[in-house]
Ligand binder design. Sequence first.
Ligand code: CUA
Length: 354
Amino acid sequence: MKSSFPLFPDSASALSPDVDALFIVWSLISVFFTVLIAGLIIVLMARYRRKHAEEVGANEEMPVWIEILWSVVPLGIMLVMFAWGARVFFQLYRPPADAIEFTAIGKQWMWKIQHPEGQREINAMHVPVGQAIRMKIASEDVIHSFYIPAFRIKQDAVPGRYTSIWFKATKVGTYHLFCAEYCGTEHSRMIGSVIVMEQKDYEVWMAGGTPGKSMVASGADLFTSLACVTCHRASPGVVQRGPKLEGVFGSQVKLADGRTVTADDNYVRESILTPTAKVVAGFDPVMPTFQGQITEEQLTQLIAYVRSLGAGSDAAATAGVAGATGATAAGTPTAAATPAAPTAQPNAGSKPQK
Ligand code: CUA
């Protein structure tokens, strides 16, 4: 539970025992060698001190075995630490396929959270227990760092790109959410709460939440209101000015300059803000930039929509143009990790948003 001065944070996520074990074993190894080396220095200083003013040190050869021993043993320990640390690192940064995606946007000085179904919160995040959640993290201004000590996760929010991390809460309760990167005057007040709820309580909370649209639905609206639809959707008898987006997300895209890139979050983001950076083969760089015209939140909604077209989802199927590219996209890990668009919360109620 949330305590204002914990000596050791709660352990409330699936990976926190692994991180703790790593931390404790490394600390013990460090303490052991610190004591061993400092102790040896003191003992040897006393034992081999100069006893008379004229005493000259003996020129003693060090046995080879001892040199090998003190090189090979630490090397072995270091390699074990490296392999173990790398394993935990990869676990922390590779979300499981069934993870659902939440968005966290850092801004001086608050965290804006958005649920996949569209609910928004500020400096608070309600999550169901036992559900893997992938955080997509962005910043509106400077570098922040999304930090939940009880889950043992910390990830920078970097302006101009998306970063991500995941967790699976294992204990119901309220935990600290911090910003862990000095980001200005009120950095220390950029804090919030993570509220882990039983699945059924979470559903009740969601039902009482904003009647708001899902990320995908909001993105679809923007797609029309920003007129993306005029170039990125096939209309009979009109020259297609921009590539169709059905089936694109998660696929390999051939560019005009011969490169091939994976259409992921960061690629779609760049293509909206800096359309000329990576022009798709066969198209002219005619798209205007949307830099400064849409907020970070709207960007994540647009991307959620583009992704829904690429994951072989209903949206792509009903659009009737999913085609062959849609099939390849469905096979990629990124696409597979995409949550099936959760059922929208139709009924209205009091907003959880502050
Ligand atoms: Cu945001 Cu410190």
